[in-house]
Write a protein that binds this ligand. Sequence first.
Ligand code: KG4
Ligand code: ZN
Length: 319
Amino acid sequence: MYTLGIETSCDETSVAVVAKRKVSSCKTFSSIRLHAKYGGVIPEIASRRHLKFIDHVTTLALKDAGIRAKDIGLVAVTREPGLIGSLLVGLRFAESLAYSLDVPLLGIDHLHAHLFAAFLDRPKVTLPFLGLVASGGHTQIYRVNDLFQFRLIAQTRDDACGEALDKVGRYYGLGFPAGAKIDSLFRAEWVEERLFRMKSLERFDFSFSGIKTKAVYLHDQLQKEGTLTEKRVTGILSSFQYAVVDSLINNLTRSVKKFKIGTVVCGGGVVANSLLRARLADLRKSLGLELLLPPIKYCQDNAAGVAGLGEYLYAKRKP
Ligand code: KG4
Ligand code: ZN
């Protein structure tokens, strides 16, 4: 049976076809270029782009999978969280499609789908696990015993990790979004570990707004002094990325130790980050973990995780 997944929670219009966790196709149109000049995603533009392209992206996904609409046995769609106008386009489209094909429709949590992307094209789903979602809109750690119940054990109290990277990068002239650009200019040897110190919070929660503000003040101060050179900017952004990644790794490590769970699953756009992936690999070795990361193409918003999780939940549902 083929499951068709639809994701429209933010600026990506994505449609995927999945069967037995194998991705037959995943087509994604992004409207990010249109938002870049505003320095952030404009909800009205995002929803209008979804409306314009969803039909076409669906046709492409079916074609790429080599199937026809009547071969679909289930439609899964991102239900929340996300931009309301964008979500509504995907939801209404999915409802109409499921109704016209007379197949069931399942609403999927966007963050859970980010994590499920790590199980795609793999032989099994390992449970229980600790799940780290690190994206432009979210930073959470979940404890997952079964995929019907994600228990939130940590979240950000202010900015998401990707949001902090984007805002600081934008302030330093890298445009929007800036996460991947900061990643590519990162120089480990120029990191000043003491430049961005994180406050330790109770539980395993995150906070990035303090170091974000420090980065902004530093920029203005150096600019005033005339010492904001390209080398200095690279050093500051490398140190900033280092601090963000360090916080993700520290809280994840503490969670693994507290809950004694040996499998870690990660998802979300920031999981494409090279330093984070390297630090996670170190953590896997030092704690003897099973570590599951999606390939880079399924880190950012995509419908493959939505279809995969929909298929899994539908198959395991209680009658
Ligand atoms: O998961 P995603 O596509 O959208 C949300 O659900 O938020 O994540 C987008 C975020 C942006 O903040 C972007 O800057 C960040 O992922 N990002 C990265 C990298 N690639 C994308 N951050 C750090 N390093 C990267 N290589
Ligand atoms: Zn996302």
